[in-house]
Write a protein that binds this ligand. Structure first.
Ligand SMILES: NC(=O)c1ccc[n+]([C@@H]2O[C@H](COP(=O)([O-])OP(=O)(O)OC[C@H]3O[C@@H](n4cnc5c(N)ncnc54)[C@H](OP(=O)(O)O)[C@@H]3O)[C@@H](O)[C@H]2O)c1
Length: 297
């Protein structure tokens, strides 16, 4: 924060929700020169913010009336709807930004509700932890009303990079969920490695070093996989077919069991490779398992 940043108010932003993330967002907006009005279900959490210069709203309606932009950072979809629905009138003419994590369809449902009431609604997804807010590396995704995004953009950019994903309000959430799916599967992979190596007394810290080195070399391969999926390229030097990969995964499962470690997180890949082999696709690139992901066909 610089003295310049705090010198003049740039407008009033109301924040609903003062958990770890809501608090980090209020701190950053205040530091960036915005007047902030805060509401939280448990009112005591507003105290440090009031001491730091925020105003406290006793009700959601009061907060909604006070802000030019109203940001919800609550727990989930249900808590957002519970608190926004009764104040639709007060939210008229404001930009409503929902940064609460919701599924794409939940985001779309809230956008449809907002449209019914003539509200400007932007759905957001936070690709950051609270300490990252306002720092390099913090990334936030938005979708929904593009005009609302244009109005709120300057304020939103104080939190991290602000990318507009499109008019479908579910898009920011969808990308968030897709990236988190990749993240959890990667971390689960590390847990599998650590569980296997600790059976012979290797500390997780040592396995972490090995996994970081190994995955850092391999992560660029997702670009090759993407080219195959998009039908652009299938570099033979990087290609592994189902007939090769299926026994390789079977060996990982056997090795885990031999060490007395669960193979639960490896089994689904083996199941899909088995299905490809059983349907005559043994010579297909193993990443053809992506063809088995759709569930509505
Ligand atoms: N923390 C992260 O790293 C992170 C990263 C990305 C996205 N997010 C998302 O940001 C949102 C907030 O996360 P957080 O880390 O701030 O969580 P948190 O610290 O657990 O805070 C939850 C907040 O939601 C409020 N709340 C819960 N149930 C409510 C209800 N029924 N009605 C009204 N308020 C309710 C809590 O109020 P009380 O104080 O009264 O309990 C609190 O303000 C979540 O959707 C989360 O997924 C968080």
């Amino acid at each position: 924060m610089t003295a310049k940043e705090t010198a003049m108010s740039k407008g009033t932003i109301s924040i609903l929700g003062l958990g770890a993330m809501g608090s980090a967002i209020v701190d950053r907006l205040r530091e960036s020169g915005y007047d902030t009005v805060v509401w939280n279900r448990t009112a005591a959490k507003a105290e440090p913010h009031v001491k730091a210069g925020s105003e406290h709203a006793a009700t959601v309606a009061e907060a909604a009336r006070a802000g030019d932009i109203v940001i919800a950072v609550l727990l989930d979809h249900a808590s957002v709807r519970e608190h926004l629905e009764p104040v639709a009138t007060e939210l008229k003419g404001k930009v409503v930004v929902n940064l609460t994590t919701t599924t794409p369809n939940e985001s779309r449902a809230t956008a449809a509700w907002a449209a019914e009431h003539g509200l400007s609604y932007l759905d957001g997804a936070i690709m950051a932890t609270p300490p990252m807010i306002g720092r390099p590396g913090s990334s936030l995704l938005y979708s929904g009303d593009e005009n609302a995004f244009a109005i709120a953009k300057l304020a939103l950019e104080t939190l991290g990079t602000a990318d507009f994903e499109g008019a479908d309000a579910g898009l920011a959430s969808l990308k968030d969920m897709a990236l988190l799916s990749a993240m959890y599967q990667m971390f689960t992979g590390f847990l599998q490695a650590a569980a296997m190596m600790r059976t012979v007394g290797v500390a997780a810290g040592r396995t972490a070093e090995d996994v970081i080195a190994w995955l850092s070399e391999l992560i660029p391969h997702v670009g090759h996989f993407a080219a195959v999926i998009d039908g652009e390229d299938d570099d033979p030097a990087l290609r592994q077919d189902v007939a090769f990969t299926r026994p390789a995964i079977a060996s990982l499962i056997t090795a885990a069991r031999e060490q007395g470690v669960s193979s639960d997180f490896l089994e689904p890949l083996k199941k899909h490779l088995d299905e490809l082999a059983a349907t005559g696709r043994g010579d297909a690139n193993w990443i053809s398992v992506i063809d088995q992901f759709p569930i509505n066909e």
